[in-house]
Design a protein around this ligand. Structure first.
Ligand code: ZN
Length: 204
């Protein structure tokens, strides 16, 4: 279990690395361990089935995904553009960590976003209704709806293997809290060098 004991909380040591132990003699402790184990098993099963290119029925696939993901603290958010042509679902925490970037385009678009791995994002409809704007290094793909102009998600330069999702384009009901972190995209290279976690946010 990659958990932290109370004395190591906030540090990088996992329990196994630190050699510290937590007591699991309470019911909730036992439940926590079992839940984490079950989540790992289900996640492995999902990866195994995907590798074998198994055709599994939609309800089973959704069931496995929901168990493995929800047990890791994620929920399924849905969202889209203003006119409804573009719709997506995304698995992420109900407590969102949102970046407020001051680079030239994020300022103009007020493009606040949270980052997820590509595997947790699914475009439900509207691929043909998307158009893409790029500039400078052309790494970021600013995808937006051709009809209403809303950018509900995009591919950030910092995380080309993931997606940046606009929290303000999510449907009501699944967001519990939002923490906003300013990021100095004006000095992009410097900001990326200094930021410890942003690159990892698109890793599954
Ligand atoms: Zn639209």
């Amino acid at each position: 279990l990659n958990q932290k004991c109370s004395c190591c909380r906030g540090q990088k040591n996992s329990l196994s690395q630190s050699g510290h132990v937590i007591r699991v003699d309470t019911f909730s402790g036992v439940l926590q361990v079992l839940t984490a184990k079950l989540s790992n098993v289900l996640y492995s099963l999902k990866v195994f089935l995907a590798k074998k290119k198994c055709v599994i029925t939609k309800p089973l696939s959704a069931f496995v995904l929901s168990l493995s993901s929800e047990y890791r603290g994620l929920v399924k958010h849905t969202g889209g553009c203003h006119c409804g042509a573009v719709r997506f679902e995304v698995w992420a925490s109900p407590d969102l960590h949102v970046f407020n970037c001051n680079c030239s385009i994020c300022t103009k678009k007020q493009n606040r976003h949270f980052i997820v791995p590509a595997s947790r994002f699914k475009l439900l409809k509207g691929a043909e209704n998307l158009t893409t704007y790029t500039f400078n290094t052309h790494r970021a793909q600013h995808t937006f709806c051709k009809t209403c102009g809303v950018q509900s998600f995009y591919t950030p330069r910092s995380n080309p293997d993931g997606y940046g999702i606009a929290p303000h384009c999510l449907d009501d009901g699944t967001v519990h809290s939002i923490v906003i972190e300013d990021i100095n995209g004006k000095e992009w290279e410097k900001a990326m060098k200094e930021h410890k976690t942003i690159r990892g946010m698109s890793k599954p």
